[in-house]
Design a protein around this ligand. Structure first.
Ligand SMILES: Cc1ncc(C[n+]2csc(CCOP(=O)(O)OP(=O)(O)O)c2C)c(N)n1
Length: 617
């Protein structure tokens, strides 16, 4: 094809230099290396332009341009399966499989997903976005080929040096290396997760980079090993991938790349921040909007303060030191912070050991990534009644990262664990208070959960009822709104709307939401209906615990729950998703009015239907 210009201006014009017609990777096979190099430059310029404009994963994708071009030339997707571990580095793959135009809508509602997505393309096989899974999928797919006699197919798993620190990868390699199936593991080694990858595996890979031909762990596990190869030399990468393809047995291709390659800010000091960006200036690399204080910032400041006061406090992260707000703590107390790699399960049990050894561990983790370590929380921490504090950032609706990143499962998964307590602060003041309360508990695990958002204005209490904060009272006591976490503002606005309509509403915040606060019982008894509101899934939610405790206390007051339905919620902005699911003052007021009329809140299948389905009637 002659769509490619013979030379590319510097910097290349993103749209002019990219052939819009790339819809079939077959086309790539007709290109010579000079054309491929020009195409790589054009793709890079396109990525910088688009990702800076709307946000997304910048550094990881800039690092895999040549690698992805080569993969699509050597392997025939979707016949050969290309699996991208974690999936945040699949933008180039998307461009090469007909989704160039979708980048205008990347990560926005109804737009292109930021991860591989089966509904977008037959070339997307896995889409979960939690790290360290691709090798296990590859193992299973190759076994299925064998069982079903589908020979001649290859399965390729692209995995980062960060993701390969995850235990599942080693469980998978243990299987893969013991058989002779055609699996190509492409190790995309850029030396970084967000920060430089930590631990012995990272040291081993560094050794292999510097000392090609030395003994290596992959060969010892039974796989062949090819490399290291310069991942930005498209010809060299292609050559080594062809060799790997021809072996028809398990092989690791060690591909050395630079995260953010071609974009100065992403390659230099800012590499950490350029892993995933918001809207930034493509020239200066700076955010376009003035940064506002986030829940993560408030936690980061407070934990550093607590660190000064308490020498027993240690912090743990699974390769997300800065994103979870531990930067300041790490600067002050470098010996009391541990980056364990992308290894949430190990992190939790290691925290259990630290607690047994006399420290108070704080596990700082995104809500969705704790999902993998629930058994460790249960058996290794709670069963031993260990005082570990889990700080769950990104709890509730997250937004543009889509279904796997919403933190809507933590309450359902954790609520049944004996002895575990969960706090949900409504504002920054409460976050500071509750973090300290949590860390004062010595008899078992505590959890503090907060969202991916800027912190709003403080929401003061008007009085206290036992341990429950009363945020608004009304002598008429028609409805009780139990506001849990960062939903106080719309709850108060709903109460104001209801007051205008002649309905007296009390708004309370129990602060600790698991187990259900006993002091809520008298409040429930005094009202005609209750609506609990939380930023999390409805099924097995904190609201369910309130309803259960009311029933257990013999109360006949109906307790309704507003939460996210039991669905995988697609990507959109946090605001859009919350609005669509009934987290507006109007929707809540409507729900209360229906409840007072003895009507249900949901039309069909309580778990499946969003509340909005009803208030839109
Ligand atoms: C289980 C899990 N924990 C944490 C994350 C958050 N996370 C996303 S990408 C990333 C770093 C990945 O590093 P690497 O695998 O080397 O890929 P790179 O971005 O360097 O290409 C982390 C920690 C995740 N996706 N999944």
């Amino acid at each position: 094809m002659s769509i490619l210009p013979s030379s590319i201006s510097s910097p290349p014009t993103p749209h002019r230099d990219l052939p819009h017609a790339i819809s079939d990777p077959d086309w790539l096979r007709g290109l010579g290396y000079p054309e491929l190099r020009r195409l790589a430059a054009a793709i890079r310029a396109f990525l910088v332009h688009n990702v800076c404009r709307g946000g997304g994963h910048l550094g990881p994708n800039l690092g895999v341009v040549e690698l992805t071009l080569s993969l699509h030339r050597v392997f025939r997707s979707p016949h050969d399966r290309l699996l991208f571990d974690t999936g945040h580095q699949a933008y180039v793959h998307k461009i090469l499989t007909g989704r160039l135009d979708g980048f205008a809508t990347l990560r926005t509602r109804d737009g292109l997903s930021g991860y591989p997505s089966q509904s977008e393309s037959v070339h997307d096989i896995i889409e979960n976005s939690h790290a360290s899974t691709a090798l296990s999928y590859a193992d299973g797919l190759a076994k299925a080929d064998e069982v079903r006699g589908a020979l001649g197919r290859s399965t390729v798993a692209v995995v980062g040096d960060g993701a390969i620190t995850g235990g599942m990868c080693w469980e998978a390699l243990n299987s893969i290396g013991s058989a002779n199936r055609p699996i190509v593991v492409v190790l995309n080694d850029n030396g970084r997760s967000y920060a430089p990858t930590s631990g012995g595996i990272a040291v081993h890979l560094r050794g292999l980079r510097g000392r090609p031909g030395g003994p290596n762990v992959f060969e010892q596990l039974g796989l062949d090993y090819l490399g290291p190869v310069d991942g930005h030399d498209v010809e060299a990468v292609e050559h080594v991938l062809r060799k790997a393809h021809s072996l028809r047995r398990p092989v690791v291709v060690h591909c050395v790349t630079r995260k953010g390659h071609g974009f100065d800010h992403a390659e230099a000091n800012d590499a950490d921040r350029m892993h995933a960006v918001g809207v930034i200036d493509s020239v200066t690399g700076r955010p376009r909007a003035l940064p506002k204080s986030t829940w993560t910032d408030v936690f980061g400041e407070e934990i550093a303060r607590i660190g000064e006061e308490r020498p027993d406090v240690v912090c743990l992260t699974a390769a997300m030191l800065l994103p979870t707000g531990l930067g300041r703590f790490a600067e002050r107390f470098p010996k009391r912070v541990f980056d364990v790699g992308i290894a949430e399960q190990h992190m939790v049990t290691s925290a259990a050991g630290l607690a047994m050894g006399g420290c108070h561990p704080v596990v700082a983790v995104y809500s969705t990534f704790l999902n993998r370590a629930v058994d460790q929380v249960l058996s290794d921490v709670a069963l031993h009644r260990l005082a570990v504090t889990f700080v769950l950032d990104r709890s509730g609706v997250t937004g543009p990262d889509g279904p796997s990143h919403h933190g809507v499962w933590d309450l359902s998964l954790l609520a049944g664990i004996p002895g575990l307590r969960v706090a949900a602060p409504r504002d920054a003041t409460r976050l500071r208070e509750l973090l300290r309360e949590a860390m004062a508990v010595t008899s078992g695990p505590t959890v503090v959960r907060f969202p991916k958002a800027t912190v709003g204005q403080p929401v003061d209490l008007v009085e206290r009822c036992g341990r429950v904060d009363i945020l608004r009272s009304d002598p008429r006591q028609d409805a009780l709104l139990v506001s849990m976490g960062p939903v106080a503002e719309p709850c108060l606005a709903a109460a104001a709307l209801l007051a205008e309509r002649g309905i007296g509403t009390t708004v309370v915040d129990p602060r600790w939401v698991v187990p259900a606060e006993r002091d809520l019982i008298d409040l429930i008894r005094a009202h005609r209906v209750v609506l609990t509101v939380e930023d999390g899934g409805r099924t097995g939610s904190a609201g369910c615990l309130v309803a259960q405790s009311a029933t257990d206390a013999g109360l006949l007051v109906p307790v309704h729950n507003l939460g996210l339905p039991r669905r995988f919620i697609p990507h959109a902005s946090r605001r859009q998703i919350l609005d669509e699911h009934g987290y507006t003052a109007e929707a809540m007021a409507f729900a209360v009015q229906r409840a007072l009329n003895g009507e249900g809140l949901l039309r069909h299948e309580p778990d499946e239907a969003p509340l909005t389905a009803l208030w839109q009637i």
